[in-house]
Design a protein. Structure first.
Length: 344
């Protein structure tokens, strides 16, 4: 410790420390403005880099200023060691938090670039943040002289007990990671489960998948059950899809004429009704001699799954009206009963 009369060294140390801290604060302000500008650019890495420097600016400057002041004051070796250890712990803590934020930002940026869905990346970013902070905490304890070997052993045993107690929660967690990593379904996709329930996926988090039904209610499905279910994704590989409409006409009908009229009506629906694929050529395929009619399938195409309802609605109305105008019969089911007069 300097002599009490050595005020020059004390003042110099204080001026140096305050100057360096002020420089760190000014640097953080400048980097904050650069970060806000970088957010408007397409490249995401400049945002992450400027944010990392901004997070470390004040902590790094304050640590450097304090240490330089300690060297100027020429403190006792024991006190200097305590201050050095404290500064190292502070730097490790600041670097761990900044690194966790950087790693989470990198994971979010990469995942968002591949999936295009912001909510899907939350689980990956949170897992990455927890891992980095956990490693930083272990390094911090090691720097403070705390042996982490017994801690790791205790965490291993405790982790096994927690895993057994929370096996359903962990199953949902890893199932959610698998669902997001496989990219078979994503937020916004229209899916149908093997139990018949269907709707748009609105969120996939660490525990469950939320589906908005057509009734506008929310269906909450645990990730483990969703991962094991047989799922039909109507938005993959493309959103547009074929719609099959079953129709029947009487046996006395001219099938060439029926096909021509049906395709004409279907083409009008495709081009005029919202949700139809305008460049799709409708198809008619006869397939069954039924009890009272000849059955055939009309193949339409819609831009999305939910568009089929209004498209089929308009097609049936217009087809019925056109069949009446063309005198094409849509027969009722009927059965001929023949009696044998010889046995009466």
């Amino acid at each position: 410790m300097p002599e009490p009369t050595d005020w020059g060294r004390v003042i110099l140390a204080a001026v140096v420390a305050v100057t360096i801290v002020a420089f760190g604060v000014a640097l953080r302000i400048v980097l904050g403005r650069l970060t806000r500008r970088a957010e408007h650019t397409r490249w995401a890495w400049d945002d992450l880099g400027s944010r990392l420097l901004r997070d470390l600016a004040v902590t790094g400057a304050a640590s450097a200023g304090i240490w330089i002041a300690v060297l100027i004051l020429d403190l006792r070796q024991g006190l200097r060691d305590v201050i050095a250890q404290t500064l190292i712990a502070l730097i490790i803590l600041a670097v761990s938090l900044a690194a966790a934020r950087l790693a989470a930002g990198i994971v979010s940026s990469v995942t968002l670039a591949r999936t295009g869905v912001a909510k899907s990346v939350t689980i990956f970013a949170n897992i990455t943040r927890v891992i980095v902070i956990s490693v930083g905490t272990l390094v911090l304890l090691q720097s403070l002289g705390v042996s982490i070997t017994p801690l790791l052993t205790a965490l291993g045993v405790g982790g096994l007990a927690v895993a057994l107690a929370l096996q359903d929660t962990l199953a949902n967690l890893f199932a959610g990671v698998h669902i997001l990593a496989s990219k078979k379904v994503e937020q916004g996709d229209y899916v149908r489960l093997d139990n018949g329930q269907e709707g748009n996926i609105v969120d996939i988090n660490w525990r469950n998948t939320t589906i908005r039904l057509l009734s506008d209610n929310l269906l909450i499905v645990p990730n483990a059950r969703f991962a094991d279910a047989i799922v039909t994704n109507y938005h993959r590989p493309a959103r547009d899809m074929s719609v099959l409409v079953q129709v029947g006409v009487g046996y006395d009908s001219d099938l060439e004429h029926v096909e021509r009229v049906t395709i004409e009506v279907a083409g009008q629906v495709m081009s005029q009704v919202e949700g139809g694929v305008t460049d799709h050529t409708p198809l008619v395929r006869f397939h069954t001699f039924d009890d009272s009619s000849i059955r055939f399938t009309v193949i339409l195409r819609t831009r999305e799954f939910t568009d089929q309802y209004v498209v089929v609605h308009e097609f049936i109305k217009r087809l019925h009206q056109r069949y009446r105008a063309e005198d094409i019969q849509l027969p009722f089911p009927m059965r001929h009963v023949v009696f044998d007069d010889a046995k009466r």
